[in-house]
Design a protein around this ligand. Structure first.
Ligand code: 5RP
Length: 262
């Protein structure tokens, strides 16, 4: 791997632990003003000291994050659909690699929609982006999207999607946690991070999911709603860090959360 690519990846995946806590705040690119992300700056700013990287679009980066902040950026470069449109899977590349360089990002992220009408389009988007990004040393994060079909999040579908993403050249892959997650990790030759998905009932549920994913081969999380839709987002991200970076048990991480929220 080229020096620039390695350097950018190590900004995101911390060499001290080999793990990462990425903060996902890109939801508005198809959901609009998502609950608790209506004012993105207000949500993002208090969490910055605890996040290893920030995943977002160029619009929220330019408007809601100061350029003197030192945090690796994972720039979402796919989109072109909305939650009220006809087909969430019809994504295109929405941001050029020149723009990614201009914004000094550490990686670019794009969704693939395997098994949908737009499978071919989104997979060739990925292959094209890998060619473009590779030529300037920028890693690509492929996101195995499921659109509105949340029930698709099972081991067969996700293992297939993750493996295809790796075959097409993604440097790392973001997927969902599911039963038998170890099978996804075993058959995916690049690092995996998990999305949190919709807000779970309790903080402990989210901490357990992060822990299970790490135990079964993920190198980290790229979590959004389970952090910033918590009534106490800063204690929550600290607890997630304890699980991901320090191997703290979920129940002990919950104590960190409970103490910190006081
Ligand atoms: C949308 C995304 C989101 O960043 C992702 O779903 C992570 O956020 P959350 O933990 O809220 O699910 O990639 O396609």
């Amino acid at each position: 791997m080229d020096w620039g690519m390695k350097n950018r990846l190590s900004q995101i995946i911390k060499p001290e632990t080999g793990h990462t806590v990425m903060l996902a705040v890109d939801h508005g690119y198809f959901l609009g003003p998502t609950h608790k992300l209506e004012n993105a700056r207000k949500t993002i700013e208090p969490l910055l000291p605890w996040a290893d990287a920030l995943m977002l679009t160029r619009g929220i980066l330019r408007t809601s994050v100061d350029p003197d902040v030192s945090i690796p950026i994972v720039l979402r470069v796919s989109g072109g659909t909305s939650i009220i449109g006809e087909n969430l899977s019809q994504e295109s590349i929405t941001t050029s690699i020149e723009e990614a360089i201009r914004l000094n990002v550490s990686a670019v992220a794009l969704s693939i929609f395997v098994g949908t009408e737009f499978e071919h389009q989104t997979l060739t988007n990925l292959a094209y982006l890998v060619d473009e990004a590779q030529s300037v040393g920028i890693p690509v994060l492929a996101v195995t999207a499921v659109g509105k079909e949340l029930e698709k999040r099972d081991v067969r579908f996700l293992a297939l999607s993750c493996r295809i993403a790796a075959e097409l050249g993604a440097s790392f892959v973001k997927t969902y946690y599911c039963e038998e997650f170890e099978k996804i990790a075993e058959s995916c030759p690049v690092p995996l991070v998990i999305a949190g998905g919709p807000k779970l009932e309790t903080e402990l549920d989210a901490l357990k999911m992060a822990n299970d994913a790490i135990q079964k081969g993920a190198i980290g999380v790229d979590m959004g709603r389970n952090i910033w839709q918590s009534p106490h987002p800063v204690p929550m991200i600290k607890a997630v860090r304890a699980v991901v970076h320090d191997g703290v048990k979920p129940e002990d991480a919950l104590e960190i959360f409970e103490k910190d929220k006081k």
